[in-house]
Design a protein around this ligand. Structure first.
Ligand code: GDP
Length: 459
């Protein structure tokens, strides 16, 4: 990818809208746009204008009028990409927007690859790779908490932490190397204990970051939830109650990797992806109907199982089979139909299932708040509310942190084993490099390309 090329793309959504923006970035951004822009002012050229100014005029194709537009001029390095950038705001019709893009391309720009604007921001040193990834997460945020977390990462919170960790490591490595090279001026007396008391809290902090991943992922992608229970216990009814409240937004997402449907609902800022187990209806043996393998798979993929028991009917073989299926999984046991005369008491249900039971009535909408509370405490622990807490939402980040921890633990092991100090620096530098990958230092070209190719067009 050559940064001396001028690139262009439609930066707004590809639907009819009030306005659309075509973004042009690179050394010829203004020259290219000047070729198709006519201002009512005499001898006007965008190339002569100051940064952060907006200019009214028309886009023309030769003599033909195409659209009335505003062009925003941003001069390097004060733009998103750090390059000269013209943003053409036109009337939002798809046809017009495409036509203007085609004109820009005809007059010297090349179509941007997905994520290329952000990649240029990275190459221009304006943002690091973790911030670039946060841009993508921000665009894809499905709920408020995910949004909040990616805004935090975008404002450099994660990068700041990573830099702090790396500073600690590099400081100690530098000290060690100096002391080894120049023992007359630097003493290593008592250094091991000192290093140990630095690395142990660092390791703990990294562990907390690593552990935040499952929570971070859940916030970003939603909690994969399965509602299980024998026929007629009230699975659909519960689903409707959860979906039907005002705050819920229901969408059908055809599962891309599985052959089931998902409903996505929002609950207090987190998304629940409820995996539809429709196959469980219409049979006496749910496990057979759904197919044991498929049921297992659905259960295996789930972050959360809502297992429903029926308070108005005795336990049967189906209840037991399903109970077996969910053993060892993160599950909430619900005792439904508590508005009917009870055949099973909560205490009996607890004894049967071996865990705490929430009494509910899907019909009367009782106990639903308690259920929501429980989901919230199970998955959030309030962590997102704390100001300096960063949740790792990215597999790449988690792996880098895990590798760094590994290296740091090797140093701690060496200290315990009384290995001489000159052996520590390799592991320390490995930890330093692993963490560097999060912010894009020591990041191979291939990886950078892969990261940016996941962006949408025009970003
Ligand atoms: P599913 O087969 O597990 O999806 O069960 P449904 O949600 O279709 O419910 C089966 C029947 O139980 C329906 O007639 C519901 O109206 C009824 N039902 C569901 N929840 C309750 C409840 O809390 N109380 C009472 N009385 N009936 C319920």
């Amino acid at each position: 990818m050559l940064r001396n090329e001028t690139i262009a793309a439609i930066a707004t959504a590809m639907t009819n809208a009030g306005i659309s923006v075509i973004r042009v970035s690179g050394p010829d951004a203004f020259a290219v746009t000047d070729r198709i822009f006519r201002s009512p002012k005499k001898d006007f050229r965008l190339s002569d204008q100051k940064g952060y100014t907006a200019h009214y005029g028309h886009i023309v194709d030769g003599d033909e009028f195409v659209d009335e537009v505003l062009v925003l001029v941003m001069r390097a390095p004060h733009s998103y990409t750090t390059e000269d950038t013209a943003e053409i705001s036109c009337h939002g019709g798809m046809l017009v927007t495409r036509r203007i893009l085609e004109l820009v391309l005809k007059h010297g720009a090349r179509l941007a690859e997905p994520g290329e604007f952000t990649k240029r921001a990275f190459l221009g040193g304006r943002i690091d790779i973790a911030e670039a990834e946060a841009v993508m997460d921000l665009i894809e945020s499905k709920n408020d908490l995910a949004l909040k977390n990616s805004v935090r990462q975008l404002s450099g919170e994660l990068s700041k932490k990573v830099k702090k960790w790396r500073d600690t490591i590099i400081f100690n490595t530098a000290f060690l190397e100096s002391a080894i090279d120049d023992p007359e001026h630097y003493s290593l007396d008592g250094y091991r204990d000192k290093l140990k008391s630095t690395l142990i809290p660092l390791d703990q902090e990294l562990k907390r970051a690593e552990d935040s991943f499952s929570e971070g992922r859940v916030i970003r992608d939603g909690i994969n939830t399965v509602i299980l229970g024998k026929p007629n216990v009230g699975k659909s009814s519960l689903m409707n109650v959860l979906v039907g409240s005002d705050r819920a937004i229901v969408t059908d997402i055809a599962g891309t990797t599985r052959d089931t449907l998902e409903e996505q609902i929002r609950l207090r800022g987190i998304s629940l992806n409820i995996i539809d187990t429709a196959g469980i209806h219409n049979t006496d043996n749910p496990v057979e109907q759904i197919g044991v393998d498929r049921a297992r798979r659905v259960v295996d993929e789930a972050d959360l199982i809502l297992y429903i028991l029926d308070a108005s009917r005795p336990f049967d073989e189906n209840d037991r089979e399903i109970l077996n299926l969910i053993r060892g999984r993160r599950a909430i046991v619900l005792l439904n139909k508590t508005d009917l005369p009870a055949v099973i008491s909560p205490a009996e249900a607890e004894q049967f299932s071996g865990q705490e039971v929430l009494p509910i009535s899907a019909r009367e909408q009782q106990g639903i708040h308690a259920l929501e509370n429980q989901i919230e405490t199970m998955f959030l622990n309030g962590a997102v509310g704390e100001d300096d807490e960063i949740l790792l939402t990215n597999v790449r980040h988690r792996e880098a942190v895990a590798e760094a921890r590994n290296s740091i633990e090797m140093v701690l092991q060496s200290i315990r084993d009384g290995v001489p100090e000159d052996f520590y620096t390799i592991d320390l530098m490995n930890a330093y490099e692993s963490l560097g990958r999060i912010i894009g230092e020591s990041l191979g070209d291939d990886l950078a390309d892969e990261i940016f190719s996941r962006f949408c067009m025009g970003k």
